[in-house]
Design a protein around this ligand. Structure first.
Ligand code: AP5
Ligand code: MG
Ligand code: ZN
Length: 212
């Protein structure tokens, strides 16, 4: 199964991706998680990406295209892939198409999770994250034990780009640079829309219905 999870910041891509990866036994590839790991480790890539991410801007296309070209060639993608947070611009989508042709793994579906903007802001401002990629919310999806990850037990943290200023920039970047991909994938007849304003379980079921 070859899937792209698409949607604005806070739509629930990471939340759904974790469940879907488990359900369909395909790797969850989040470019945001990859970049954050590089920032934490202080790699050359992380140093390059840090400022863009903290300001809520997109990291330059050539950086992301390189990451995804390497990642999709790893062995675990034999079973498929679940992309989360990539592509985010038309050049990224065009590059992806070329890579997927080369490795012969065409996209099955692009799942577009849509949520009203006021809900996105509420979701991001209360989010707490784990280094393992798991996402929680202080009110909407609290961890079983306060401030500890349900999945791996590590301490949760707040993302440096979940500040009000950075969230405004991220939404702007989405509207300007990423939302044109809706039409891009609609024209290719790959886009499936899901109402992301429902509960986490309901959203999961509506995605499953499309995929099964
Ligand atoms: P990235 O990490 O991809 O962030 P994002 O797209 O802004 O999306 P989020 O991770 O914030 O939201 P999500 O949809 O995963 O929501 P979540 O499931 O956590 O990118 C970060 C940065 O990296 C970018 O700004 C950019 O700088 C850079 N970057 C990454 N990829 C790039 C690319 N391809 N090109 C260029 N730059 C790139 O859920 C959010 C909250 O809501 C959580 O608290 C969760 O518990 C809660 N929640 C989820 N579902 C529900 C629900 N149904 N009901 C109630 N609450 C819910
Ligand atoms: Mg995410
Ligand atoms: Zn964890």
């Amino acid at each position: 199964m070859n899937i792209i999870l698409f949607g604005p910041p806070g739509a629930g891509k990471g939340t759904q991706a974790q469940r879907l990866a488990e359900e369909y036994k395909i790797p969850h590839i989040s470019t945001g998680d990859i970049l954050r790991a590089n920032v934490r480790e202080g790699t050359e890539l992380g140093i390059k990406a840090k400022g863009f991410m903290e300001r809520g801007e997109l990291v330059p296309d050539e950086v992301l295209i390189g990451i995804i070209a390497d990642r999709l060639r790893e062995d675990d993608c034999e079973s498929g892939y679940l992309l989360d947070g990539y592509p985010r611009t038309i050049p990224q989508a065009d590059a992806l198409e070329q890579i997927l042709t080369e490795i012969d793994k065409p996209i099955d579906y692009v799942i577009n999770i849509s949520v009203p903007e006021k809900d996105l802001i509420a979701r991001l401002s209360g989010r707490v994250m784990c280094k393992c990629g798991a996402s929680f919310h202080k009110l909407f999806n609290p961890p079983k034990e306060e401030n500890l990850c349900d999945a791996c037990g590590k301490e949760l943290y707040q993302r440096t780009d979940d500040t009000e200023e950075a969230v405004v920039e991220r939404l702007k970047a989405y509207n300007k640079q990423t939302s044109p991909l809706v039409q891009y994938y609609e024209e290719k007849e790959l886009m499936k829309n899901v109402d992301g304003s429902k509960s986490i379980d309901e959203v999961f079921l509506s995605i499953k219905k499309i995929l099964d």
